[in-house]
Write a protein that binds this ligand. Structure first.
Ligand SMILES: Cc1cc2nc3c(=O)[nH]c(=O)nc-3n(C[C@H](O)[C@H](O)[C@H](O)COP(=O)(O)O)c2cc1C
Length: 392
């Protein structure tokens, strides 16, 4: 399996599966070490305050079983930092290693997965895993394709966030649409003020109530639903991203589309551009007399032009599909017997992923932006351009 490292100068490497550790019994080591998730973060500058509590605060946003909108899986998602930080909580510059043990592993759930292990779950990752890893594919709880994998990204993102906060860069993600119910557009300030004020993390509080009632109805039907997560990246200096393959929008798309269940992404006005005239789509520039900086009257570009940040806020919307696991019988195929079968309803599931996916989107954006800052700073350090051009 390739592709478990993300980033160039600021890099996270993640491992761990949904139920890793679940098959090991009576080992002469603490149970926390039986299995779980791990993150190694490379490229952390020395002297940054990093505590387990800071990482835990991010993990707690994503943890399942907290609201009626989440799967009843009771993972504590407790993080242990085991390297890279001194007794004064300051990073040493060495890789930061973190583990998140799996603690909610019950034999009864492993048995459920065993019973259906040859049956492809519609909408989930099993079919691809069968074709790629054959008889060795991890059949318990979706393995690396489980939403549980995203906890290790959130741990890595928490470290990036600690560094970005020192630079005045803030990344906030929230729900703006659930199963067709739309929130009113929000400014960065409104999104921050109403951050996590309700179970679906929608800053439009009236729309949130409607969304939650709707999801609970959907849950009772044994169904699941999707929606749209929006993210604002505020305080980004102009000049991040490279003009060709490593455009900042391409890197962010890579980061966000690597999260399970994300099926679409738009920057700024996104697909609306397809319906606009040039004069409507273009963001006109002006000189901001107060700061002496060039600004844009509108932000249809979503803060990115030519693959390079322009100093305005970066705004991205992500389409999140309904959770594939549903409590309704579905048609599928048993790949061991090669015959059509009925997949029985599965009970442990999130009726929507919106209440748990936003911290993952934030984490992946944090890693991408910090990596791009490092790349830009390294380049500017040795380039000969006049410092008057630089925002950093
Ligand atoms: C935070 C998070 C939690 C998830 N929880 C579940 C879940 O409980 N059940 C499920 O079927 N899928 C869940 N998923 C979605 C699957 O991981 C994803 O749909 C699957 O891997 C197939 O990938 P694709 O949807 O990108 O094609 C979750 C995803 C995320 C990001």
């Amino acid at each position: 399996m390739f592709g478990n490292t993300f980033g160039r100068l600021f890099r996270i490497t993640c491992c761990g599966e949904s139920y890793s550790g679940g098959f090991r019994k009576n080992l002469p080591i603490p149970e926390q070490l039986y299995g779980g998730l791990m993150t190694i973060v490379d490229g952390v500058p020395a002297g940054i305050k990093i505590t387990a509590e800071m990482v835990q605060a991010e993990l707690n946003k994503r943890r399942p079983g907290q609201t009626p909108l989440d799967s009843p899986r009771k993972e504590k998602d407790l993080v242990y930092i085991f390297s890279g930080v001194m007794e004064n909580d300051l990073s040493t510059g060495a890789p930061i290693g973190m583990i998140i043990p799996n603690v909610d592993i019950q034999d009864e759930h492993i048995q459920q997965y065993r019973d259906y292990k040859d049956e492809v779950r519609p909408g989930h990752a099993e079919y691809g895993f069968f074709k790629k890893y054959g008889e060795f594919a991890d059949w318990v709880g979706a393995g690396r394709a489980s939403g549980r994998e995203t906890a290790s990204r959130v741990a890595g993102g928490a470290i990036a966030k600690a560094v970005l906060n020192k630079m005045g860069i803030d990344i906030v993600a929230y729900t703006i649409e659930s199963h067709g119910i739309k929130a009113n557009p929000v400014t960065y300030e409104q999104a921050r003020a109403n951050y996590r004020k309700n179970e679906i993390n929608c800053p439009d509080l009236d729309a949130a109530e409607k969304m939650i009632a709707d999801v609970l109805k959907i849950k009772d039907m044994g169904e699941t639903s999707g929606g749209v997560t929006e993210v604002i990246i505020k305080g980004v200096p102009a000049g991040l991203g490279e003009p060709v393959f490593d455009k900042i929008n391409a890197l962010l798309a890579h980061a966000i589309c690597s999260i399970g269940a994300i099926k679409g992404i738009e920057f700024g006005a996104g697909f609306e551009h397809a319906r606009m005239l040039g004069s409507e789509s273009n963001d006109e520039t002006y000189l901001d007399k107060a700061t002496g900086r060039i600004r844009f009257k509108t932000n249809n570009s979503g803060g990115i032009l030519g693959g390079i940040s322009n100093g305005e806020e970066i705004r991205i919307r992500c389409a999140v599909k309904p959770t594939p696991t549903i409590s309704i019988t579905q048609d599928t195929v048993n790949v061991a017997e090669m015959k059509d079968v009925k997949l029985q309803p599965i009970t442990r599931r999130d009726p929507t992923l919106l209440s748990r996916i936003y911290p993952v989107v934030e984490a992946m954006c944090c890693c991408t932006i910090l990596d791009a800052v490092f790349m830009a700073e390294a380049y500017w350090k040795v380039s000969k351009i006049d410092k008057k051009w630089l925002d950093i």
